[in-house]
Design a protein around this ligand. Structure first.
Ligand code: 3PG
Length: 214
């Protein structure tokens, strides 16, 4: 098996853990562990912590070492340095909003599987050439949502997508019904107001609803 094939198998396993991958913005490091425990208790194990706040890497480190059952990933990865820092912190997968040649070279050299964002068939074809079989459609709803994914299913049958951006509990089933959708991403499981007040039971309930989507 090539290194890329191994990483694609790891991604397939991670994306199969639940129908939804929560996309999380952590403002307070102290929120990371109880939030992840609530998600796991609700049946959501793969968790994408975005690199959008200063505490994000520490949050990944804390979840990786303290939350049994969690498979923590890093989101909003823009370059190879971030990829490596997240791998060292304990991330098991990485997600990027788009692709750049430098990021893809760094991902080839890294053991961390990357789920790269695409919005066009040309980007998807370039990634297929590099051995990618799992891609994020981003931002899913603005670029065409279920209609776009439905149109790509026949010409690009090798690719499984995790559409992210603009998806809700109500619209997720339409995406999950498509043959080329592995799971969806979304921020609705970890709303800022629930994080701020430490409403872990509320987050567990949102996770439970998301986990029951399939
Ligand atoms: C993001 O950019 O934060 C993710 O794509 C999540 O998007 P959402 O908030 O529309 O779920």
């Amino acid at each position: 098996m090539t290194a890329q094939a191994t990483k694609q198998q790891q991604l397939a396993d991670i994306l199969a853990l639940a129908p939804v991958v929560p996309v999380v913005i952590i403002d307070e490091l102290a929120h990371a562990v109880p939030m992840a425990r609530a998600l796991v208790a609700g049946g959501i194990r793969a968790i994408e912590v975005t690199l959008r706040t200063p505490v994000a890497l520490d949050a990944i480190r804390a979840i990786a070492s303290e939350v049994e059952g969690a498979v923590v990933g890093v989101g909003t990865v823009l370059d190879g340095q971030q990829l490596e820092a997240a791998r060292v912190a304990g991330a098991r997968f990485a997600v990027s909003p788009g692709v750049s040649p430098k990021l893809l070279d760094a991902a080839d050299a890294s053991a961390l599987p990357l789920l790269p964002g695409v919005a066009t068939a040309g980007e998807a074809m370039s990634l297929l050439e590099r051995g990618y079989k799992h891609l994020k459609l981003f931002p899913a709803v603005p670029v065409g949502g279920t209609k776009l994914l439905g149109a790509w299913a026949s010409p690009l049958p090798q690719i499984r997508f995790c559409p992210t951006g603009g998806i809700s509990l109500a619209s997720a089933p339409d995406f999950l019904a498509l043959p080329n959708v592995a799971c969806v991403g979304g921020s609705w499981l970890t709303p800022k107001d629930k994080l701020q007040v430490g409403d872990w039971a509320g987050i567990e309930q949102l996770a439970r609803e998301a986990a029951a989507l399939r």
